[in-house]
Write a protein that binds this ligand. Structure first.
Ligand code: O7M
Length: 212
């Protein structure tokens, strides 16, 4: 059984509120990222948090430890309950995010293998397995692994074991189905197939049921 995370990559407060309201009761978390935050400001977190579900900041952080720690301060002060980081900057940068999240009572998730075709250039294979191992050693709460390559997500599950979470994007617009990965992961991440739907609430409901 996997949770449903909405990737709310819409622009503007009104559109974000419209989709969030339509999906009320169907989501386990909302993932926000650059499209929404750059178009509204980080204050959007407090508005979305009214839905009483976790808001996860997908900034795919990739910087030196000090900058990563400063980013964590802002993200958690804004009301987010989780942050998503890259791991390729190295173990010290990764640890700054994990410690930063935990110091603020939040969670940290680490991108290990990405879902798009270009991920095969760097963010896959042995590199991904190495980053999953680093994520585990850092004390991170979970990793991101692709629904578009369920066999790879299964491999990454075997690297991290059962105690960490896997959230998996690529379902819907990128072609994967919930059934492809639900047995390996703790949550599926769905964006366009929900927020571009004529009836986002219905679409979210259907994905939620299929992820069970
Ligand atoms: O369902 P979509 O394709 O409209 O949106 C997918 C979301 O997941 C979108 O917010 C992407 O930025 C994100 N994502 C990927 O699509 N692939 C990845 O490998 C990783 C992510 C992600 O969420 O990383 C944290």
């Amino acid at each position: 059984m996997a949770e449903l995370l909405l990737a709310l990559d819409v622009k503007g407060r009104e559109e974000a509120a419209r989709v969030a309201l339509a999906c009320e009761g169907e989501l386990d978390a909302i993932k926000i990222g650059y499209p929404l935050v750059l178009s509204t400001g980080l204050g959007i977190v407090k508005e979305l948090a009214k839905a009483n579900i976790p808001i996860i900041a997908d900034f795919k952080v990739a910087d030196i430890p000090n900058t990563n720690a400063l980013i964590c301060e802002e993200v958690f002060a804004a009301g987010c309950s989780g942050i998503i980081t890259h791991a390729f900057c190295g173990s010290d940068s990764l640890l700054a995010i994990v410690d930063g999240a935990h110091d603020h009572g939040g969670s940290a998730f680490v991108v290990c293998e990405m879902s798009h075709p270009g991920a095969l250039d760097f963010l896959s294979g042995a590199n991904a397995e190495r980053m999953a191992k680093m994520a585990k050693e850092s004390g991170a709460d979970g990793i991101i692994a692709p629904a578009t390559r369920p066999d790879r997500t299964a491999v990454l599950r075997s690297v991290i074991g059962g105690s960490m979470k896997i959230y998996s994007p690529g379902v819907g617009a990128q072609g994967a189905q919930p059934e492809d990965v639900k047995k390996y992961v703790d949550g599926i991440i769905v964006g366009r197939a929900i927020y571009e739907s004529a009836d986002p609430g219905k679409a979210a409901h259907e994905f939620r049921v299929r992820a069970l």
